[in-house]
Design a protein around this ligand. Structure first.
Ligand SMILES: *[C@@H]1O[C@H](CO)[C@@H](O)[C@H](O)[C@H]1NC(C)=O
Ligand SMILES: *[C@@H]1O[C@H](CO)[C@@H](O)[C@H](O)[C@H]1NC(C)=O
Ligand SMILES: *[C@@H]1O[C@H](CO)[C@@H](O)[C@H](O)[C@H]1NC(C)=O
Length: 304
């Protein structure tokens, strides 16, 4: 060929350098315009890619406004969307990254998994992948691909979640007698806010107009619903298992220990009975140790 400065060799180096720059850019913040080129370079960088990308002004591209992170609920249909401009006679496919499984090709569903379905209206720019009954394991990266040479892809992250309930204090709560038991129950990822969130103490439903008095409940419903239970001036009888039960999500519990500071034996029993996690075991042991030391010290003092 006789090119002056190494010809094809330096062209390759420039391509490699471009690819490297795109890889670097990919780890930073993305401007919507660059999304397509970054996707290509981060996954399948090839030297010839620059030709198609810069060469043809009528090359197909992904609409940058297409969502890239979809959250769905277990068992509720979810759609991954791909909007392609300037497709011409190319084909759009959906691929699952986990196992490089081809799910759809054009308007056809390719996988044998009956839950997946290709959705496309004639002459529309939208090529959707619908999952009829998604499960947790369907979470992960999917890619919409255009059959250019080399193919270009648009990655979409699917996050499948299920209803979840938690109590702020964790599995155990230790409080001093006379102080306020303050428990917050949070319910997430339900198809609609729970119609009711019931609290029980042992097997008794907590009623804020019960004879006990000093009990209040504040419930807030929304994307994330919360119910706060306050029991004022805690006493021994208030100890035990508190359970928060939303009507449309699993329930969550916490065990409350009311410490009087005078009965280490009772506390020890309380600690041993309950199923403790590591942190609360340590806290429990420290409290017992403290109480025992205090008792021994008091006994010594009264002995002298
Ligand atoms: C997708 O969005 C969810 C919350 O909407 C977030 O927790 C998750 O980290 C996001 N994933 C990616 C890959 O951006
Ligand atoms: C698409 O059309 C171009 C001509 O416009 C042709 O060269 C190319 O082979 C076609 N590709 C497919 C996949 O049919
Ligand atoms: C209960 O605890 C929450 C934090 O978990 C706090 O914001 C709130 O003020 C507390 N309420 C009372 C009455 O102590």
């Amino acid at each position: 060929m006789g090119h002056a400065a190494g010809g094809p060799k330096s062209a390759l180096w420039i391509s490699l350098l471009h690819g490297f720059l795109f890889l670097v850019a990919d780890s930073g913040t993305e401007s919507p315009h660059d999304i397509t080129t970054m996707d290509i370079s981060s996954r399948r960088f090839r030297a010839e890619f620059l030709q198609e990308w810069s060469g043809s002004p009528d090359a197909p591209y992904f609409d940058p406004s297409t969502p890239r992170n979809i959250t769905g609920l277990v068992g509720h249909p979810v759609r991954l969307l791909c909007r392609v401009k300037n497709l011409q006679n190319r084909t759009v496919s959906w691929v699952r990254h986990r196992d490089i499984h081809l799910l759809t090709v054009g308007r056809y569903t390719y996988t044998s998994d009956q839950r997946f379905e290709a959705q496309h209206k004639p002459r529309s720019e939208e090529w959707a992948l619908r999952i009829r009954s998604p499960q947790r394991r369907d979470s992960g990266q999917y890619e919409c691909q255009i059959s250019t040479t080399p193919p270009i892809g648009h990655a979409v992250y699917l996050n499948i979640v299920e209803p979840e309930t938690s109590v702020s204090s964790g599995p155990e709560l230790f409080i001093q007698a006379g102080s306020t038991i303050n428990l917050t129950c949070t319910v997430r990822h339900t198809p609609e806010p729970p119609t009711s969130i019931t609290w029980t103490h042992g097997d008794q439903i907590i009623n804020f107009d019960s004879a006990r008095g000093g009990i209040s409940l504040v419930t807030e419903k929304g994307l994330k619903s919360t119910s706060r239970l306050l029991v004022q001036r805690a006493r021994g009888a208030d100890a035990g298992l508190y359970t928060c039960g939303p009507n449309n999500a699993p329930s969550a519990s916490t065990r409350v220990h009311v410490l009087s500071g005078e009965h280490p034996a009772a506390m020890q029993q309380g600690c041993a009975k309950s199923t403790l996690d590591k942190t609360s075991s340590i806290v429990c042991c420290l409290i017992i140790l403290y109480a025992l030391t205090r008792t021994t010290f008091d006994n010594l003092q009264s002995g002298t």
